[in-house]
Design a binder for this molecule. Structure first.
Ligand SMILES: [Ca+2]
Ligand SMILES: [Ca+2]
Ligand SMILES: [Ca+2]
Ligand SMILES: [Ca+2]
Length: 209
């Protein structure tokens, strides 16, 4: 695996595994019910693999010398979003749960990271440094309608949708370079409010279903 900067490592963080949903699919492909996607560099570079919950039927979904990581299953289990630098910088891609129908969703020379599906599967939030510093963005699941949600000199990342899709939690160091806090905003970026207030690092929010 390529060596990632501390910031990249933090932002990629704990997103190395995603439990795939067990509900029905659509024309996007068959859902991988109850399977677990994860990242491994067992072939010499990071790839995304899937296995069933017993650890058997291990299958590689990517096969590219670049770093492929940050797998995130769509809520209906038919698609997996992930991050790869196969085109020279980190972009967000999506593929069917069996690795087919690979689609590149972002196209920007800056790094685009940490994809997070909205609960209805229609949108993907992510963070990007395309406007000189990391902020949270959202796009449709096909990459269209890109919108910047945060606009702050601090580093914003780790977007996490509320179960009803109306809000997004994220972390930021906007109130102190070494003091990360958890924030909440509406899904359109409005009403950004700080939830934690502690000099320690508070990051990587995750909503309960
Ligand atoms: Ca790879
Ligand atoms: Ca990019
Ligand atoms: Ca920012
Ligand atoms: Ca803090």
């Amino acid at each position: 695996m390529k060596t990632a900067s501390p910031v990249i490592a933090l932002l990629l963080g704990v997103c190395l595994a995603a439990l795939l949903a067990a509900c029905g699919g659509d024309e996007g492909g068959a859902p991988a019910a109850g399977k677990i996607a994860f990242v491994s560099d067992r072939d010499g570079d990071a790839e995304i693999y899937v296995m069933n919950a017993h650890g058997s039927e291990l299958t590689a979904l990517t096969d590219n010398p670049a770093e492929d990581s940050s797998a995130a299953s769509s809520p209906d289990g038919t698609r997996i979003a992930f991050v790869s630098d196969r085109d020279g910088n980190y972009e967000i891609y999506a593929m069917n749960a069996d690795g087919s129908r690979l689609t590149r969703l972002t196209d920007n020379p800056a790094n685009d990271l940490t994809p997070a599906w909205s609960p209805d599967g229609s949108r993907i939030a992510f963070n990007s440094i395309r406007d000189d510093n990391f902020d949270v963005y959202v796009m449709n699941a096909d990459g269209s309608s890109l919108t910047r949600l945060t606009n702050n000199p601090g580093v914003e990342g780790a977007p996490a949708w509320s179960p009803d899709g109306t809000r997004i939690a994220f972390h930021s160091n906007r109130d102190g370079m070494l003091n990360w806090e958890i924030y909440l905003m509406n899904a359109d970026g409005s009403n950004q409010t700080r939830l934690t207030d502690n000099p320690a690092i508070d990051g990587s929010p995750a909503w309960s279903p």
